[in-house]
Design a protein around this ligand. Structure first.
Ligand code: AMP
Length: 299
């Protein structure tokens, strides 16, 4: 099944207490498309500037990602700079330079407009909505978002949510959106914005799904070493939707498995800077880790 992913294609400069790595391949759509590519052919929509290294384009190609929706514009690629605290959970954005994405309102190429599985990866809700409106008859649409958009584009986000099947966001964002500290209550009340499925990511503590059949609680794969969690959330949702696109058919029957596969794919992302470890991972590695996770939670 065809799977379209739109979002940021970025250069990330990441500082951790142990290392500093400038201008790595990053962005919500990059992480998500690479993660999805283990399961189904991914189509990427994004924009990069003339400073975007050709070896990063080659990395997309290595994963068989369809780049017909990747635009190259004059100017700088979206650049994000972030710093982690010693616990590797708390992160501070040091700088965001929107570059060529600032005024990007793309036309969806006709070859991509028929896509059935769609991930509106984290980017401005206006841009997510603009792309969604051009799609012919998507079967399952997932939107990811972040606190920035809750703060500066709340109305646009609410308008978008009326038209998506699934919203993904992290725990602090869920609490902020619902003004509710209890995460179970916040998760279940979010359906009133429109989506049938709500998924709340809890970092190293996994994720919660709320859907027509109630709640599902998914663990994260326990890691001894976290090198750089940047992009873990995007890898989670990319892996999840990739799995759904691979299976096709009824969403409900595959969603729990999809979430577990997304969770495991995200664990590989955390084991290296940027996409370094994810791009060295194989489908066999993912399946093996899924089996280990099943073992870890069965009782
Ligand atoms: P995550 O760690 O899953 O929250 O995602 C990190 C990725 O989000 C990085 O690769 C960044 O390039 C990207 N990013 C950072 N800020 C934004 C933003 N305002 N909009 C979209 N993507 C962003």
């Amino acid at each position: 099944m065809s799977l379209l992913i739109v979002g940021t294609t970025a250069l990330d400069s990441i500082k951790t207490p142990h290392q500093e790595n400038p201008r790595l391949l990053g962005g919500s759509a990059s992480h998500a498309a690479i993660a999805a590519s283990f399961f189904a052919p991914a189509q990427l929509m994004g924009v990069v500037g003339d400073d975007f290294p050709s070896e990063y384009t080659a990395l997309y190609e290595k994963h068989g990602i369809d780049l017909s929706g990747l635009e190259r514009s004059k100017g700088n690629t979206f650049h994000w700079e972030g710093e982690y605290e010693v616990n590797m959970n708390n992160r501070r954005t040091l700088e965001t330079d929107l570059g060529v994405i600032e005024h990007w309102m793309p036309s969806v190429p006709s070859s991509l407009a028929e896509s059935q599985y769609v991930l509106l990866a984290n980017c401005a809700p206006q841009l997510q909505h603009h792309v969604l409106k051009q799609l012919k008859s998507p079967q399952f649409v997932v939107a990811d978002t972040m606190d920035l958009w809750l703060n500066i584009a709340r109305q646009e986000l609410e308008a978008l949510l009326k038209e998506v099947d699934c919203l993904v966001l992290n725990d602090s964002e869920a609490r902020q959106l619902m003004e509710e500290d209890n995460l179970v209550v916040a998760t279940q009340e979010m359906h009133r914005f429109g989506p049938r499925y709500i998924i709340v990511k809890k970092g190293e503590h996994g994720a919660i799904l709320s859907g027509p059949k109630g709640l599902f609680v998914a663990p994260a794969f326990p890691l001894k070493t976290v090198i750089d969690p940047t992009g873990a959330g995007d890898s989670f949702v990319g892996g999840m939707l990739g799995y759904l696109a691979e299976k096709g058919g009824d969403i409900e029957s595959h969603l729990r498995q999809a979430i577990i596969h997304g969770s495991v794919t995200a664990s590989f992302c955390c084991e290296g800077f940027g996409v370094t470890t994810t791009t060295q991972t194989t489908r066999q590695d993912i399946d093996q880790r899924v089996r280990e996770l099943v073992d870890l939670v069965s009782f």
